[in-house]
Design a protein around this ligand. Structure first.
Ligand SMILES: [Zn+2]
Length: 433
């Protein structure tokens, strides 16, 4: 249900829209002038997410090398688990018996699960073709890593009209996931926000395949919504997750627009998707246009999540083009490999020059790592392959990204987004490459 509410101005805040779902409210507090960007709040049964927000990825119900208290202290508002991995291990029934993913992992805040659809791409279509992680279209320097799967790569997946069959990377058993099954697994996992099962195609595929895959994604979305509505009607408790539909369409304008229209208009028994995911692999050069095409069509009053994207320059681009939520494994994955975000670009802490550098990673960073340790010590931990290395680097990296999005949100509310963007990116990109 949509209503328009204008409250007396409280500071500069003005509520322009409130979208009510069962247990969920999405409010837009302020919009960016002459663009699709906005700042708002998304209320979930486990707390409020101030949007735009960066979602920390906890593939197997854990943010690698960090405990939930550390994740919370960093400022993280919401955690995303991976359906595929939790289905295989420990199994969604066990997570359900534990009381859902949040209780199981001791995270009291909002949670999300992806649908497992990305595995269709990374394990099947793209497997062995060297396109699962970096998309090659034209200039390699323009390519971005997309939707990293933060774990060991499994071996086999096959896409059919009805679903996907795959071989477990853990024990070789064969599994078959249909749209209905994905929704059932996600209801068992019990996150606040779940996603429809989609097929994520590579932009390297031809148009004919893109069209076929898109039709499949739309048919699967309908079946997900049907199963979700039915499961919600059967459950007596007050809890029902919000279901986000996923827009695909590769880099083709007509397909992206078609997908946004079909997914946003789709309904079952009068119930439509509560929000939207924008999926797919993008090349850096055309990500912003693809996001803009889609968000110009998606209903303004519902939240939008750009799946698997989270580099600083992409966060500004997405937010300016109307994205409310992002998730990406890069802060922790890069951290574990000794690559660390700074306002002057990324640094590699194992570089010789840091061996005797007794300053923090960043002087003005408020994270636990920067307040407590020097570059020399962190470099020493990496050289010695100590477990604390990954923890300290991931703490800083996640803090950097989560708080960058918070600062961008603040800049929208304060009316200085464009100044902040220019100032940040000038310094960050200049020394990043
Ligand atoms: Zn720091």
């Amino acid at each position: 249900m949509l209503c328009s509410a204008r409250r007396p101005a409280q500071g500069i805040l003005e509520t322009t829209f409130v979208y009510h779902m069962k247990n969920f409210d999405f409010k837009i507090l302020k919009k960016l002038e002459n663009s699709l960007g906005r700042a708002g709040t998304l209320e979930t049964p486990h707390g409020v997410i101030e949007t735009p927000a960066f979602v920390a990825v906890g593939t197997k119900a854990t943010i690698k090398s960090l405990n939930p208290d550390q994740v919370k202290d960093i400022g993280t508002q919401v955690v995303l688990g991976n359906t595929y991995h939790l289905y295989l291990q420990p199994g969604d029934e066990i997570v359900a018996k534990a009381g859902g993913i949040g209780k199981f992992m001791n995270w009291s805040g909002p949670t999300m699960t992806d649908s497992g659809g990305f595995q269709v791409f990374s394990l099947g279509v793209a497997y062995g073709k060297d396109i699962s992680k970096v998309i090659k279209i034209t200039d390699p320097s323009l390519m971005i890593p997309e939707r990293f799967d933060d774990s060991d790569a499994p071996r086999l997946a096959k896409v059919g009209q009805d679903g996907v069959s795959f071989k477990s990377h853990l024990d070789g058993t064969i599994h078959y996931i249909t749209p209905e099954k994905s929704i059932e697994i996600q209801h068992n996992l019990g996150a606040d926000i779940i996603f429809a099962f989609d097929e994520c195609t590579s932009p390297a595929e031809d148009l004919k395949y893109q069209e076929e895959a898109l039709n499949r994604t739309h048919a699967w979305a309908k079946r997900c919504l049907e199963r979700h509505v039915k499961l919600n009607s059967e459950v007596n408790s007050n809890f029902a997750p919000a279901l986000f539909g996923i827009v695909q369409g590769g880099r083709e304008e007509s397909l992206r627009k078609k997908s946004a229209k079909i997914i946003s208009e789709m309904s079952v028994d009068g119930k439509s998707f509560d929000g939207f995911g924008i999926g797919g692999s993008f090349a850096k050069e055309d990500m912003s246009t693809a996001v803009k095409w889609v968000n110009e069509i998606l209903p303004e009053e519902k939240p939008r999540h750009l799946l698997g994207i989270g580099e600083p320059e992409d966060l500004f681009m997405g937010i300016e083009n109307g994205v409310d939520l992002f998730d990406c494994v890069l802060p922790t994955r890069l951290g574990r490999n000794g690559t660390i975000y700074t306002k002057s670009g990324k640094i590699h802490i194992e570089n010789t020059k840091y061996r005797e550098d007794f300053s923090p990673i960043e002087d003005d960073c408020e994270c636990y790592t920067c307040k407590s340790y020097t570059r020399a010590y962190i470099a020493h931990l990496f050289h010695g392959k100590e477990m604390l290395a990954g923890t300290l680097a991931s703490t800083h990296n996640l803090y950097f990204i989560v708080n960058l999005v918070k600062k961008i949100r603040r800049s929208i509310l304060d009316g200085n987004f464009h100044e902040f963007k220019v100032e940040f990116l000038e310094k960050y990109l200049k020394s990043n490459n």
